[in-house]
Every structure is written in structure tokens, then in C-alpha cells.
Design a protein around this ligand. Structure first.
Ligand SMILES: Cc1cc2nc3c(=O)[nH]c(=O)nc-3n(C[C@H](O)[C@H](O)[C@H](O)COP(=O)(O)O)c2cc1C
Length: 182
């Protein structure tokens, strides 16, 4: 992934802190990383952490002008070689599957040129994961080859319940992104 441009989209779950080590892996592999956070994600990790790790401004608000010469939802979609949503909440997966673009993150994903891949690493409570609506949304997205899911693991979840929904290992996500970039 040397010199590749990775757009990391962080959504609002406990596993948001794991996105920090993901950035570390990407950067170590020579990638340039920009981060979009959902508003909910900022409740879990401060944007300043991602700014320091990536050396780029962090994008959160669709209507805030960071770079006056660019329209963010288009420029970020054009800029990246691949988008990675990690962790991906049930909410954001549902929005993307439903074609909803009501924040910067989902709007950039909607505006992404068709040839670009989107790697999605879901993380959620086991009931949210097993919810047939979540599973239907994932099934729908899998019909389009550009959406590549990194299956969550079984284990002790943040809510102290054993089950599926734990975000995949950082190494597995990195390997999937490498393949998506080929
Ligand atoms: C403490 C806490 C932990 C949460 N963890 C998760 C999670 O792991 N996965 C998930 O899908 N939603 C989780 N949620 C719910 C999301 O934050 C909520 O659905 C939010 O609207 C997601 O917004 P976003 O998709 O724009 O980030 C959690 C909420 C709280 C308060």
C-alpha cells in the first residue's frame, strides 16, 4: 500500500479506538491516510488523535469548509484509492445499504467513483449483529462487488456479553485493504 491514499471512515462504536492502531499500520505500510468521523464517533475518540496520527485535518461536518478550494464530499471521494469503514456501526451500514447520504461520511461513500472499493469492518453488540435487518443490509451490499466485508469475530463484547460482533483483527483488516488495492 505504499503511496496509496486511504480514506478511513470511523463510526460511533466502542471499537473506534481500534481505528487508531489501524491508522498506525496503514502509515507504517507507506499509505497516506485521511479520516472522516461520524459525529457519534467523536464521542468515543477525539478527532485530534486522528489528526496527529495522519498529519491531516479530520473531516466531520459536511457543511464546515476546511479547504475553501474544494468541495469535501467530492474531493475526498476523488482523492482516495480505497475507502475503509472501521468500525462500521449497524446504523451506517443500514444508511449505505438504503442509499442514505445524510452526513459527510455517508455522502462521501455515495459519491465514490464506482471502480473504488469500500472495505467495511462491522463492530456491534451481538443482538445488533444478529438482527435480520442488519444481516439483510449486509447481504444487499454484498451484491455489489465493491463492498468488501471483514467479518467480525466471536468473543467477549464491550457490553460484557459473549457473541459475534467484535471487530476483526487489525491485521486482517489491513490484509483485506491490501487485496482491495490490487
Ligand atoms: C456506549 C455506546 C456504544 C455503542 N457501540 C456501538 C457499536 O459497537 N456498534 C454499533 O453499531 N452501534 C453502537 N452504538 C450505537 C451508535 O453509537 C448509534 O447507533 C449511532 O447513531 C451511530 O452513528 P454513526 O453510524 O453515524 O456513527 C453505541 C452507543 C453507545 C452509547
Amino acid at each position: 500500500m505504499k503511496d496509496k491514499k486511504i480514506l478511513l471512515c470511523v463510526t460511533g462504536g466502542i471499537a473506534a479506538y481500534k481505528a487508531c492502531s489501524l491508522v498506525g499500520y496503514f502509515v507504517k505500510n507507506g499509505a497516506d491516510v485521511k479520516v472522516i468521523m461520524s459525529k457519534a464517533a467523536t464521542e468515543f475518540v477525539g478527532p485530534l488523535t486522528f489528526q496527529a496520527l495522519t498529519n491531516h485535518a479530520v473531516y466531520i461536518d459536511m457543511f464546515e469548509i476546511i479547504n475553501k478550494e474544494e468541495v469535501e464530499h467530492i474531493s475526498l471521494a476523488t482523492w482516495c484509492d480505497v475507502a475503509v469503514i472501521a468500525p462500521a456501526t449497524a446504523n451506517t451500514i443500514g444508511k449505505i445499504a438504503g442509499g442514505i447520504a445524510d452526513n459527510l461520511l455517508t455522502t462521501v461513500i455515495a459519491a465514490l467513483p464506482q471502480k473504488k472499493k469500500v472495505v467495511i469492518a462491522p463492530a456491534m453488540n451481538k443482538e445488533m449483529w444478529n438482527n435480520p435487518i442488519t444481516q439483510d443490509n449486509i447481504k444487499k451490499l454484498k451484491k455489489y462487488s465493491r463492498y468488501i466485508f471483514v467479518e467480525p469475530r466471536k468473543g467477549m463484547l464491550a457490553c460484557r456479553v459473549e457473541g459475534a460482533g467484535k471487530i476483526a483483527d487489525t491485521e486482517t483488516i489491513v490484509e483485506t485493504v491490501k487485496k482491495a488495492l490490487k
